[in-house]
Design a protein around this ligand. Structure first.
Ligand code: GDP
Length: 422
């Protein structure tokens, strides 16, 4: 039931912009590939039959076959990528789990993520993980085993573990969203490597902060470097653990509102004035106050058929839960549009230029074929004329011969009857 609800809501999801665009561009490239194959066969035949095309042209056409195949492969693998950053224990893994509606990534004490973990959809209902540089699929039966596997592996902090989770278990995975969890920005000195290895193709970045404290220098520095390397990265800021603030015994509602507006102002300033990646209006739509742990608990309850508030941790659950959903909606819109632009725009102009090049080459060949055909026609006409001439001559000769023979026969007959009479 939950699954069918997921599927229903999914069809209205902004992620469908990407899903549909991906299908469309893949279909178009499928047609281009067919067209390139057909044309290559045709051109090779032209070469063997009449040598209308030369070797260089044939090679150029073959190169289109490889080019188109390579683009198709990239296109089929294209996905939307979101990367999560922030200090250790701010709740990065919990946010990912809440979005996936299931506890997939290990979180909590002793399970700090000490390398990059990527969660992506797998086909055929299989759950497994793969470490960098190995083709081996390590089966994952449950979260405990996954946590152990991650701890046991001697992994360098900037290496990547890929967790493949059945697509049908989560609509985001089904729609090709890939999640990347990172080690805390406080534990690494290799931020540059991180960015080069894991961030350059990310469509959206989520900075997970602890709402109980202020943004640290390490967190800020990381995003400064990101925005130097990428032009206008899409950054969302989640002030997580907002439930904890509500849980403070001496915390008045007015006090809470004050803290919230201070945090909001700081976050907006960071995005607009410091990083200069958003304008005020956009930045205001990129800052949220949530509780990842609570959202995950609520969703686990929902999956069991219970009302979501059974997962509540503190007063004000409903508002925090709505805010998390609001974040997801804005995130989906942003990632889908950004990914379509960055992933497909280049391929569609590439496709246009390849088909344009092929068309002008074919026009050129067609012209040559027309000239060749006219030449043949002329030759044919000449030949036909000659043949016709010969035919008339032949008929004339035949007629004369017939006449002669006829006369000869008559003459012989006459002679014979004359002789007989005599
Ligand atoms: P990470 O190191 O940033 O990935 O953080 P984790 O997701 O592992 O979270 C660290 C600890 O904080 C875990 O015990 C979580 O259950 C807890 N936690 C995460 N998010 C929240 C939240 O919103 N509220 C509360 N109360 N605890 C949270």
């Amino acid at each position: 039931n939950v699954e069918s609800r997921l599927y229903q809501s999914n069809d209205k999801s902004p992620l469908q912009i990407f899903v549909r665009a991906k299908k469309k561009i893949n279909d178009i490239y499928g047609e281009i590939e067919e067209y390139v194959h057909e044309t290559t066969t045709f051109i090779n035949a032209l070469h063997t039959e009449a040598e209308i095309v030369d070797k260089a042209e044939r090679e150029l056409f073959e190169s289109y076959v490889y080019k188109v195949a390579a683009i198709r492969e990239v296109l089929q693998r294209d996905h939307m990528k979101v990367a999560f950053f922030g200090r250790t224990s701010n709740g990065k893994s919990s946010v990912i789990n809440a979005m996936l509606r299931e506890k997939i990534l290990p979180s909590g004490i002793g399970h700090t993520t000490n390398c990059f973990c990527q969660v992506e959809g797998s086909n055929g209902g299989e759950a497994y993980l793969m470490t960098e540089g190995s083709e081996e699929k390590l089966n994952v039966v449950n979260i405990k085993q996954l946590a152990n596997a991650l701890c046991q592996e001697k992994l360098c902090e900037s290496s990547l573990v890929r967790i493949f989770w059945p697509r049908e278990r989560c609509s985001l995975l089904r729609d090709d969203v890939v999640f990347v969890d990172s080690p805390g920005v406080d534990v690494s000195a290799n931020l540059d490597d991180w960015i080069d290895n894991h961030c350059l193709n990310a469509d959206v970045f989520v900075l997970v902060l602890n709402a109980e404290s202020t943004m640290t220098r390490a967190e800020k520095q990381f995003f400064h470097t990101v925005s130097q390397k990428l032009s206008k990265p899409n950054i969302f800021i989640l002030n997580n653990r907002w439930d904890a603030s509500a849980n403070e015994p001496e915390c008045q509602e007015s006090e809470l509102a004050k803290v919230k507006s201070q945090h909001t102002e700081r976050c907006i300033d960071f995005l607009t004035k410091e990083l200069k990646v958003s304008n005020e209006k956009e930045a205001a739509e990129r800052v949220f106050f949530v509780s990842a742990r609570e959202t995950l608990q609520a969703r686990i309850e929902e999956a069991k058929g219970n009302p979501p508030h059974m997962g509540a941790i503190a007063e004000g659950f409903q508002i925090r839960y709505f805010e998390f959903q609001d974040f997801e909606r804005k995130f989906e819109e942003c990632i889908s549009q950004s990914a379509v632009k960055t992933k497909f725009q280049q391929h569609s102009s590439r496709g246009k230029s390849v088909s344009g090049d092929m068309k002008s080459m074919l026009d050129n060949i067609f012209e040559r074929i027309t000239i060749f055909r006219n030449l043949k026609q002329d030759q044919k006409n000449l030949l036909t004329e000659r043949i016709q001439g010969t035919e008339t001559q032949m008929m004339q000769v035949t007629r004369e011969m017939k006449m002669k023979i006829h006369n000869m026969v008559e003459e012989v007959e006459e002679k014979v009857s004359k002789a007989l009479n005599e």
